[in-house]
Design a protein around this ligand. Structure first.
Ligand code: GAL
Length: 386
């Protein structure tokens, strides 16, 4: 009996030690960012938050993104925007759908089947509201709507209440419009339906901002940026995607003020992301090839309204020409770490959108202080201490 008891105790101890070793190994595996792998949430379900953005609020990261479904229909909004929360950026809790498409009113702005992309959420200190902006395309117009839309919540996990959609800055010419104010609108700008990634003449010759003066400027790929003084900006692909616009928001973050600039005319930049370091503004954006990856762009400015100086493709090495098979969606400042910023990108899967993957990489700064990204197949946040 004693022998059996001794044997069982040793076996039990062995199992305990073996298990704890294994757990340790699992933990190490979890605490890594492996771009392109399947990332699971706390329920073991692959994270579904594409074209995303991140909000850091009261010690918690909230990741918002497009909830995609299987098959070709999956690139339209069938469900809404999904939110996940984390305190360490490795382990993600499913917070559910925070803005759901409307199923019982086919004419609703966010009816099931419209296009809803690139949600970004910022917190307004004055109103205590969480304000979401996203790219909205009404049903049946493909990408011709070129609208932005706003939703508001009292808590970061929603639910968000849909407010309205619009073309920003209606009735205002850009602060740097120069001679576009007097210049006539080119007849081609009025009669031609542009394809989305090219225009026959320069934006200045077409005078697209003047064409869109009355009804508001086009707004497709977009992001938000809150400056140190609490002023927020909407940065969006405008003028048939050829030119980015940077627009100042109202104090409550629910509208544009009419103060905006056009930047990088005719450069066709999409997927904009802005961050600030040592008083300078940096932009990382993609080129304009739809879901297919391309070489990214970067730029720097002393003032968010410019002038902006375009720098090189921030991605280095062999796969730089396709940004490591990704298109950016956000640049996240890592809380509690100085000068630590993370590139967040999508590896889209156009034929099975739910299986799109995420590419997250640390942003580094070269000897001139310019941002660059090296490919790291796997890494953890101690990378920033190197
Ligand atoms: C990309 C854009 C995506 C999506 C896609 C549709 O250029 O960044 O958000 O709109 O085009 O083709």
């Amino acid at each position: 009996m004693n022998r059996i008891f001794q044997f069982l105790s040793i076996a039990f101890l062995f199992v305990l030690v073996f298990n704890s070793c294994n757990k340790k190994e699992e933990k190490v595996q979890e605490s890594k960012i492996i771009s392109g792998a399947i990332w699971k949430d706390n329920n073991g379900v692959p994270i579904n938050a594409h074209g995303g953005g991140m909000l850091y609020h009261d010690g918690v990261y909230y990741w918002y993104g497009e909830h995609k479904v299987e098959g070709l229909v999956g690139n339209t909004a069938q469900v809404g925007f999904h939110c996940y929360s984390s305190t360490n950026l490795y382990d993600w809790n499913d917070e559910g759908i925070v803005l759901r498409v409307v199923e019982d009113d086919p004419d609703h702005d966010i009816a099931k089947g419209v296009i809803m992309e690139r949600p970004k959420v910022i917190y307004n200190q004055k109103t205590k509201k969480f304000v979401m902006w996203f790219h909205l395309e009404p049903k049946g117009v493909m990408y011709d709507g070129a609208k932005t839309a706003i939703a508001i919540a009292d808590s970061p996990t929603g639910n968000f209440k849909y407010v309205r959609s619009m073309r920003p800055n209606a009735g205002h010419m850009p602060l740097n419009a120069g001679d576009l104010i007097e210049k006539p609108i080119h007849p081609v700008a009025l009669s031609y339906r542009f394809g989305g990634s090219a225009i026959p003449f320069s934006t200045d010759s077409l005078n697209l901002v003047k064409r869109d003066f009355k009804n508001g400027q086009m707004s497709r790929d977009q992001t938000l940026f809150v400056d140190d003084d609490g002023t927020a900006y909407h940065i969006h692909a405008s003028e048939e995607n050829a030119t980015l616009h940077i627009s100042k928001l109202t104090d409550d973050y629910t509208d544009t003020t009419g103060e905006y600039v056009r930047v990088f005319p005719d450069r066709f930049m999409e997927a904009p992301a802005i961050f600030k370091k040592d008083g300078k503004y940096y932009l990382i954006a993609s080129g304009c090839t739809g879901w297919a990856p391309n070489a990214s762009r970067s730029a720097v400015a002393e003032n968010i309204f410019g002038p902006w100086q375009e720098l090189s493709n921030p991605f280095k090495g062999e796969l730089a020409y396709i940004s490591y098979d990704s298109q950016g969606n956000y640049v996240l400042p890592i809380a509690g770490k100085k000068d630590a910023f993370m590139y967040m990108g999508d590896r889209w899967n156009p034929t099975n959108p739910i299986d799109g993957r995420y590419v997250w990489l640390p942003i580094k700064f070269d000897i001139d202080g310019y941002p660059y990204v090296d490919y790291l197949p796997e890494w953890d946040f101690s990378e920033y201490e190197k």
